[in-house]
Design a protein around this ligand. Structure first.
Ligand code: NDP
Length: 470
């Protein structure tokens, strides 16, 4: 998994450069379409999130009922707004405590999991080379943060009883306001920091357009001190650690309201927990993904990680509180298998590329020596470099089967909610747009980077996501 953010904005015109060169938008004029998309998202993304959550709160998760009510005059926007819970002191305290706790786990507790978990890579690790040639060090301790947080959650639920496990659901809308405040505060701070005291001035990107800079970010890796890395913390901590807790809270609420936790809720909890745990188990690998290697830190990541991810990626669990779907055994088994198969493809495809790149091709893929396309590219400083593209295993079946696996898993979460409403299917619709767009964006970058070598790869592996189709 990589970071969860609102739909991304098209990049400004690329000068046909290569990866790890100065960013392709550096100093570029932002075209009107990109600018319109930026302004649209800045203005409307918070309302999209609000709309989904309000639809559950006031209209039992119907996406059409609020529009119909307003269109037919049965309700006015002011009525809907009046019924929306405001921010409360309790929610503000809870949220502040949550973020502070995650900052402490991130900053004050060096990783100990790698000392006793075989195969887990944690502790101090290096990221990819930035466009300015810097290699940042990261304290990889996300798995530890996740484990401690969840141990405390279970200790509270079963022994300590400091708070009700439904606490997140019960404060869901007041917490939304707090998440928005943090999302905007951190994005604004990152913008000011980028202009006035950047961590690495050479890795900053200025397009000449204020709104574009605000949204897509100026600094590549903003940091406070040596270790507090904004991108890793916001991409990987308050939102993703919370994801599984939010689901647990929804399950607790379902039990409180309906007397049982349905198998659909169990499925959503299990499949999404596997995805989240995978993220933390592979946090070191994550340092080499597009989010960390290519995206700058602005509103797109800052607000997206604080608001978009925790609120929209958990819609299935929220929906099941209002609609406690109990699936037939056959249906539930089918969904479980789809989710596990998707996860397997996602993980193995990512693993194959990682292994291939780490060993420089000296490895076995599906029991055989991998087929390789040797590539050349030129970096911004004019130096020629050598690289390799894998043409075996999942990377020989389609060019982004890791995304396909991700989409299969996403579809499984949605299908667990049955066919009563569209709302829980938002995730698969959104992920399909996100990953298709990301696939095209990545391929455009690779084509610029590798030129005719990329053409050889696309000739050898003609399809992107679905063999024989796309
Ligand atoms: P990838 O892991 O697919 O990385 C793409 C890069 O891999 C390319 O830019 C290229 O980089 C290299 N590459 C491409 N083809 C080959 C090949 N055949 N052999 C070797 N290297 C190749 O992309 P992401 O970082 O976007 O995704 C990582 C994971 O995160 C994915 O599984 C995705 O599903 C998931 N994800 C999840 C999201 C969510 O919200 N749930 C959002 C986004 C991603 P180079 O320049 O090094 O050659």
């Amino acid at each position: 998994m990589a970071a969860k953010s609102p739909p991304s904005v098209p990049k400004t015109k690329s000068p046909g450069s290569i990866a790890n060169s100065r960013d392709e938008t550096q100093g570029q004029e932002v075209d009107w379409f990109s600018l319109a998309s930026v302004i649209f998202l800045l203005l409307f993304a918070p309302f999209i999130v609000y709309y989904f959550i309000m639809a559950c709160d006031q209209y039992s998760c119907s996406l059409t009922a609020p529009v119909m009510d307003v269109a037919t005059g049965r309700a006015h926007l002011s009525d809907i707004w009046a019924k929306t819970p405001p921010v409360t002191k309790k929610a503000a305290q809870l949220y502040a405590l949550w973020v502070t706790f995650q900052v402490l786990l991130y900053m004050a507790l060096p990783d100990f999991c790698h000392k006793f978990l075989p195969g887990y890579v944690g502790g101090v690790q290096e990221g990819a080379v930035t466009p300015a040639g810097i290699i940042n060090k990261y304290e990889i301790n996300g798995l530890q943060a996740w484990l401690i947080t969840h141990l405390l959650w279970f200790a509270n639920s079963h022994v300590l009883s400091w708070f009700s496990p439904t606490i997140i659901f019960d404060n869901w809308i007041p917490l939304l306001w707090c998440a928005n405040i943090l999302g905007y505060a951190v994005s604004t701070f990152a913008m000011i920091k980028g202009y006035f005291f950047p961590t690495s001035a050479k890795d900053c990107k200025f397009t000449g357009n204020f709104f574009y800079n605000y949204m897509m970010g100026i600094e590549f890796n903003p940091r406070i001190g040596k270790w507090f890395d904004f991108k890793l913390f916001f991409n990987g901590r308050p939102g993703i650690v919370a994801w599984t807790l939010i689901n647990l809270s929804f399950a607790a609420k379902q039990r409180e309201l309906h007397g049982q936790v349905t198998n659909a809720m169990v499925l959503v909890n299990i499949l999404q927990a596997i995805y989240v745990l995978d993220f933390f188990w592979n946090e070191t690998w994550y340092l080499k993904t597009i989010d960390i290697c290519h995206d700058h830190f602005g509103w797109y990541l800052g607000w997206g990680d604080c608001v978009w991810l925790p609120y929209l990626y958990t819609l299935q669990g929220l929906y099941l509180v209002y609609h406690p779907v109990q699936l037939s055994t056959l249906h539930a088994t089918g969904i479980l298998l789809l989710g596990l198969l998707g996860y397997y493809i996602f993980r193995m495809a990512n693993h194959q590329k990682d292994l291939f790149r780490r060993t420089d091709g000296r490895c076995l893929i599906w029991g055989r020596k991998p087929k390789v396309i040797e590539c050349m590219y030129t970096s911004a400083d004019g130096q020629k470099h050598h690289s390799k593209l894998l043409v075996s295993g999942f990377w020989g079946v389609a060019r982004h089967l890791n995304y396909t696996g991700d989409l299969m898993g996403s579809l499984a979460y949605c299908l667990a909610c049955g066919g009563g409403h569209l709302l829980p299917y938002f995730y698969i619709i959104y992920m399909t747009i996100l990953l298709t767009h990301r696939c095209l964006r990545d391929e455009h970058r690779c084509a610029n980077k590798y030129g005719s070598d990329w053409k050889r790869y696309t000739a050898a592996v003609p399809h992107r996501l679905l063999p024989g189709i796309f």
